[in-house]
Design a protein around this ligand. Structure first.
Ligand code: SAM
Length: 632
């Protein structure tokens, strides 16, 4: 692959992408760049009017994002990256800058402005080379921007709203994602498509080529850097000093001298045989049986092939509490971790290295230490610890997914194969032993605690005086509700065996008002009175008959004007996104995941109206609906 030598220059460097955008990560991963993701905390609040042109704003924001990460890593975490990459994408129309919409109305406003018109998408990129002199962080900044022109068709109101309700616009500059549903709105694109997706890869590689292979002075006038140098040119590039640095002289001279292409990967000559491969190009057969070297390395598929190994490495390191030891005692050498945990040194070293490769740990000459995310999410005692859910995934979901083939063949849950028993429902399975129950509750608690704020603030719930969280488990959401709405009385209703075990999960500090816990069976017993009922991650577990019982009961106790808040992952209308929900449904519980229109239909069937759906863009979405007023 042509870019490999340039990207190969970064192989031995600690490269950090200061962006949480999965699209940017995918673009860079797809070309084989290895990097750590440290999302920037820089708030995108620069005064737009102080910039003469929109692209200047994007470049400055990209620079500030990258500098914030470089500084934070240097000062707070005492590990200076070699390179930090920052990027910021904006849409500009009529000299106005559009960023991400804050809500659906904002998305509507943006998309209507783009309808039928040409607009510009600018991505500013900053590449910051960092070094540490004494205690000082030194930086060298290279920045650039790329502009792509995009024209939208005339968008009908219906199409606009359909698109907005898909949830796609919410985390995207200008309110659309060209790589998915938003592609349907686009009449033409002039310029780099990936720039619109979020990262101008072509320009980025040219910049790297300029930085790492500066043309020698005597050839400068002859070389126009308006395109990425061809493979031959790259093959000839050394560090800019040797005889091969004269591009024109050496162009094409060593086509078969593959030994110099990339020091980090074996490269084979692929010109004369369909059975040999380059590091990145595999010969394909077209329909006529002719061979064509067309495909790039299918990194997505390769990642999926190895995905189970990565999950298991995370699970085992968590189960052995390695992240806990490293948080309190790190950096530690493998032998010290092995001694703490009671494992073999060679096995521990391999597992720790795997965690480094997965971006969960850092490795320096002093030993292994946690990354920021490991400290926050993987230690067992962190406020936002996912430890409980990870252990549940290892001990419960892993054996179930090992039997996925049978689950698909038979269309049913595989608890009997995985655990040698099949209870009448999911929760009888979880609650048959104290140990499994405690594990399940810890798993629910970790996710609920992480998502509670998004659910509690998805809508303004301040009008409700009393709330009952049905199946509210440890009360993680209930406590968050009280924090946000101090005048709200919150009751958690759950099975007796759960309520008897909640004490371990209660916050140590006193809340504004205590949460009330009531035990009962929501299919059989009377429900506590409330003017807001919540079903968080409940509906997807049950078959239609059970849902009928539950929603009929809630509808019957709801007074007109009271409401029901459902927290679930809402699928898109095709029911193929987000993948998390689609994969979850593979465990073949009798319940199912639903799209926005399916939730609307379901809730309306039980007398709820004004169904509003909020796609939060995080782990759980929210659906709010109101009990119909009695007809006048
Ligand atoms: N709402 C919590 C959350 O979002 O994290 C927990 C969700 S968990 C998947 C489902 C909850 O429903 C569990 O706490 C379970 O004990 C509770 N549950 C299951 N069957 C129930 C029943 N018949 N009556 C009351 N609660 C029940």
């Amino acid at each position: 692959m042509a870019l490999n030598p340039v990207l190969g220059k970064l192989v031995s460097k600690r490269v950090v992408l200061a962006s949480a955008s999965p699209r940017r990560q995918e673009i860079l991963t797809n070309v084989g760049l290895r990097f750590e993701v440290v999302p920037s905390w820089f708030k995108e609040t620069l005064e737009k009017s102080s910039f003469a042109a929109p692209y200047e704003y994007a470049v400055e924001t990209a620079k500030q994002k990258a500098l914030e990460v470089a500084n934070r890593m240097h000062v707070k975490h005492l590990r200076t990256p070699d390179i930090v990459i920052g990027a910021d994408t904006i849409v500009s129309v009529d000299e106005q800058i559009l960023e991400k919409p804050v809500d659906k109305q904002d998305a509507y406003r943006m998309l209507s402005r783009l309808s039928g018109k040409e607009h510009s998408v600018f991505t500013g990129v900053a590449i910051i080379h960092c070094s540490s002199k004494g205690n000082q962080l030194e930086t060298e900044i290279t920045d650039f921007y790329e502009e792509t022109k995009v024209k939208f068709s005339d968008l009908s109101e219906e199409l606009l709203w359909e698109y907005i309700h898909s949830g796609e616009p919410m985390d995207k500059a200008g309110g659309y994602g060209i790589q998915a549903l938003g592609g349907m709105l686009v009449e033409y694109v002039h310029g780099d498509f990936l720039n619109v997706v979020g990262f101008p890869l072509n320009h980025f590689c040219k910049k790297l080529a300029e930085l790492y292979y500066p043309p020698p002075k005597h050839t400068v006038q002859h070389i126009k850097h308006d395109s990425i140098p061809s493979v031959d040119t790259f093959e000839n590039l050394s560090d800019g000093e040797s005889e091969s640095s004269n591009f024109t002289e050496h162009k094409g001279a060593n086509k078969l001298d593959s030994s110099r292409m990339c020091p980090s990967r074996p490269v084979y000559n692929c010109e004369n045989s369909s059975s040999v491969r380059t590091g990145f190009t595999v010969p394909l057969e077209n329909q006529n049986g002719a061979s064509e070297s067309a495909a790039k390395l299918p990194s997505k598929i390769l990642d999926l092939m190895d995905g189970f190994k990565a999950s298991k490495a995370l699970f085992v390191a968590s189960k052995l509490k390695m992240f806990d030891y490293l948080k309190t005692k790190g950096p530690l050498k493998a032998v010290d971790v092995a001694n703490e945990v009671g494992t073999s040194v060679c096995g521990t070293e391999r597992l720790l290295d795997a965690c480094v490769a997965l971006g969960l740990l850092e490795k320096t000459s002093q030993g292994y230490s946690n990354t920021d995310s490991a400290n926050t999410y993987l230690t067992s005692d962190g406020e936002y610890s996912l430890h409980g859910y990870i252990i549940h995934s290892n001990d419960h979901l892993w054996p179930l997914f090992t039997n996925l083939e049978s689950a698909v063949r038979e269309g049913s849950r595989q608890n009997h194969r995985a655990f040698g028993r099949k209870a009448e429902d999911l929760f009888k399975d979880y609650y048959h032993s104290q140990e499994v129950k405690q594990r399940f509750m810890a798993a629910m608690h970790s996710i609920a605690h992480l998502t509670a704020r998004d659910v509690a603030t998805a809508f303004d719930l301040s009008q409700f005086k009393s709330t009952c969280d049905l199946g509210g488990c440890t009360g993680a959401l209930a406590h968050e509700l009280i924090q946000i709405y101090p005048n709200m009385k919150v009751t958690v209703f759950d099975l007796p065996e759960v309520i008897a075990n909640i004490s371990y999960f209660q916050p140590s500090e006193q809340c504004a008002a205590p949460v009330t816990f009531v035990s009962g069976d929501f299919f059989k017993d009377n429900l506590p009175e409330a003017d807001l009922y919540i079903l968080s991650r409940v509906l997807h577990d049950w078959p239609d008959e059970k849902i009928h019982v539950l929603l009929s009961k809630i509808s019957a106790v709801c007074k007109p004007g009271s409401a029901l808040l459902v927290a679930e992952i809402v699928l898109d209308e095709q029911k193929t996104h987000p993948a998390r929900a689609v994969l979850q449904s593979l465990s073949m519980t009798e319940g199912k995941q639903r799209s926005g229109s399916e939730y609307k239909q379901l809730l309306e069937k039980y007398g709820f109206t004004d169904v509003q759906i909020k796609i939060t863009g995080t782990l759980l979405d929210a659906v709010l609906c109101f009990k119909k007023n009695l007809s006048p």
